[in-house]
Structures are given as C-alpha cells and as structure tokens.
Design a protein around this ligand. Structure first.
Ligand SMILES: O=C(O)CCC(=O)C(=O)O
Length: 272
C-alpha cells in the first residue's frame, strides 16, 4: 500500500509502497497531488533505466530543451557525474539556487536518480522559498515586494564536464524577474533570488544589492527551512524547481558520484 512519510517540517515526503515502473492511474494521481502539496518526493529502492525514468518524468510535464545541457539531452536524461565524459556539474559544492533563473521561464521540476553516490558529503540540500518568504519580518517583505532582480548565466565557480564546457561558456543569457515571484500553478509567493546567479537587484548599488541578497539567502538557507538528502543508490528525488532551491555539500572528487537527471520544462518554455 502507498504511504506518504514526511521528510522535514519545511518540505518533502517519502512515497513508500510503489514501483515507478508500473504506476496505476490512481497512484499517479496521488503522486502528482503530493508533489504539489510537498514540493519534493523521495522514492527509495527503485530500479529504473533511462527510458523508465524519462517515462516517469513525463508525467510531470515535457522534458526541457532550454539551454545547452537540456538540448544535448534530446528530450531524454543527462548525468550529474564526476565519472562520465558527458557528465555535468559533477564536482564540488553548489550554493542554493533554482536552475535557469537566467531564463524567463525556468524549468518547473528536476528529477535525480542515484546511480553511484558519495560515501562522505555530496548531499543535496533543499530549501522552501515560499516558507522562507512567509517567515520574513514585515519590514524585509516591504523592501523586496516590488523589487526586481537580474540573473545572468554565470556558474563560473562551478565545474562542467570538459565536453560541455565550451558550449556552456559560449552562452550569454540573462533575465529579469520580480524578487518575489508567483508560482505559475499555485500563485504562491516564491523567492527568485539565489546565491549563485544573481547579477543585481535593480535600482540598488552593487554593495546594497549584495547585502540584500545575503539577507534573503539567510532566510532561505535557515537550517529549519531545509531538508538534507543523503543519497543511496536507487533513490529517486523529484522537486519543484520554483518553490524550492537546492544546494550540494562538498565531497572529495576521488569518490564516484553519478546521478541521472531529467529536467521538466516550465509550461511556457518555448518549443524549439
Ligand atoms: O548533484 C546534486 O546534488 C545537485 C545537482 C544539481 O544542482 C542539478 O541537478 O540541478
């Protein structure tokens, strides 16, 4: 029987008692409802090949083709890996961010499946931005409610797999969002500021913008607003990229780490 077990007070449930290779219509409905309510779902001990993962991902929407990595996936999966030649974002720490804020329509969800996992570090952290906003002092909310922010594609501190580096660096992409955006499906407030890709909060001097981004990030990354996922092989995690931000703890690159990834497009992502 299918059961939902909360993962943290901030977000997420573990879904037990299902085999993702053969979900019934009723189970699919419960999964999609739980996704909307809890923003992150964990399924453990799943045996999934690439086709099976893509099939499950497509229940959440179409596969994104926005940006070099997603385009390269050809509508299928990519790999977060320090082992594979085609691996991307394989090494080291990542700060809290939502993917693709430098586009008008960032992807709606991300799905990772554990193939090889680090024994020490390499955990993925998830923070609930709607909850972070709700818990902010009114004075801070007033300062950001009408503000806008520019993001640019600058993962300079990150490490791409060599095969992708040239394509990725050739992209010069930026977008402007409200600091307090609205979730496209629920209308809930979401924070469109992150530690990784913000260029500037508009109309603020660089130092003021950096200080305000730091203040907002402190609310997002507050330990009691975060779920920390320690990977096991055969874990599948799918999360809402707009309600949540994610980060990764550091790990020694001598440890093999490979996660299979599907990116699910925002409903308004232009068809290519
Ligand atoms: O490796 C991880 O834990 C996170 C990877 C990531 O940031 C992503 O897939 O967007």
């Amino acid at each position: 029987m299918m059961t939902l077990v909360p993962l943290s007070p901030a977000l997420g449930v573990e879904v037990r008692g299902v085999d993702l290779r053969r979900l019934s219509e009723g189970e699919t409905e419960i999964v999609l409802r739980a996704f909307r309510a809890f923003h992150l779902l964990l399924f453990r001990d799943q045996t999934l090949d690439e086709a099976g993962q893509v099939r499950f991902a497509r229940l959440f929407g179409r596969i994104s083709r926005q940006g070099a990595i997603q385009k390269a996936s050809g509508g299928g999966a990519t790999y977060v890996s320090n082992m594979r030649g085609d691996g991307t974002f394989g090494e080291g720490e990542l700060l809290f961010h939502s993917d693709q804020c430098y586009y008008d329509h960032p992807m709606k969800a991300i799905m990772l499946y554990g193939i090889e996992v680090a024994q020490d570090g390499g955990e993925t952290l998830f923070a609930n931005t709607t909850r972070a906003y709700a818990r902010m002092p009114e004075g801070l909310k007033r300062r950001i409610d009408r503000a806008s922010v520019r993001h640019h594609f600058d993962y300079g501190a990150l490490h791409y797999g060599e095969t992708k580096r040239a394509e990725v660096e050739a992209l010069k992409i930026s977008a402007i969002h409200r600091v307090v955006g609205r979730h496209p499906e629920t209308g809930a407030p979401i924070l469109m500021v992150n530690a990784q890709t913000v260029d500037r909060i508009l109309d603020l001097a660089p130092a003021e913008s950096a200080a305000l981004v730091g203040e907002i990030n402190a609310h997002i990354a507050a330990p009691d607003n975060v779920y920390r996922h320690t990977w096991r092989p055969n874990d599948l995690v799918v999360w809402d990229n707009l309600s949540l931000q994610h980060a990764r703890t550091d790990f020694a690159n001598s440890q093999r780490r490979t996660l299979r990834r599907c990116a699910i497009a925002h409903d308004l992502e232009p068809a290519d």
